[in-house]
Design a protein around this ligand. Structure first.
Ligand code: IYR
Length: 218
């Protein structure tokens, strides 16, 4: 049975105002940078909640909303995550990643040490739900796509709130399910440390592809 419907409107704007809004949004997101050095300054009350609500507005396959956001603030749990992640990353950098992959990461200066996992005031672990909480009969569709979109919206919301984050993908991520004591249908998708950049924080001087490089117009 189709759901009842409600009217939907977009604001009436002049052409210039549409353009101005598109420009303003681009300028905002273009200032976002992946931050690897965090301060331990706490996040103001309520900010993360609003960011998670924004992420939860993402479109999803059959509107199943196949995500859960696990917010870790407990220092003991953050420490356990850091230790397990660094163990996996040690193996990644030691032998699991190809030489070409490591060469591609060199400009970003990453390594197996992940102090931000303990220093950042919050870690948001984005979970992809293989199926609904009711069981495998509660099917989910396009889970990776849906959770990827929600994660993008979360990253943008965090940036818009004036905070910094980092898309951390310790691999394999199975340890998170155990450390966080989550059910087996919740798969860790990405881990986002959230907080303020450390004083004197530096980021690589990287450049983004031009419109010509990222688009084709037919
Ligand atoms: N997960 C590792 C390696 C890593 C991989 C990619 I692709 C990056 O863009 C950054 C890092 C790590 O977090 O160090």
């Amino acid at each position: 049975m189709p759901l009842p419907t409600v009217p939907y409107h977009v604001e009436t704007l002049s052409d210039q105002e549409h353009l101005a809004r598109a420009q303003r949004f681009y300028e905002l997101v273009n200032q976002r940078r992946t931050v690897r050095e965090f301060s331990d300054r706490p996040i103001p009350d309520g900010v993360l909640e609003q960011c998670l609500l924004a992420a939860g507005t993402a479109p999803s396959g059959a509107h199943k909303q196949p995500w859960r956001f696990v917010v870790v603030q407990d220092p003991a749990v953050k420490k356990a995550i850091r230790e397990a992640a660094e163990k996996e990353e040690h193996d990644n950098y030691e032998w699991r990643m190809s030489e070409a992959w490591k060469r591609d990461l060199e400009p970003l200066g990453t390594d197996e040490h992940k102090p931000f996992l303990e220093i950042a005031p919050a870690l948001v672990v984005v979970m992809a739900l293989k199926h609904g909480d009711a069981g495998p009969e509660a099917m989910h569709y396009y889970v990776q796509e849906s959770v990827g979109i929600a994660t993008g919206m979360l990253i943008s919301a965090i940036h818009a709130a004036g905070l910094a984050t980092l898309t951390h993908t310790p691999s394999p991520m199975g340890f998170l399910q155990k450390v966080l004591n989550r059910p087996s249908h919740e798969r860790p998708f990405v881990l986002l440390p959230v907080g303020y950049p450390a004083e004197g924080c530096q980021v690589p001087d990287l450049h983004r592809k031009s419109l010509d490089e990222i688009s084709v117009w037919l």
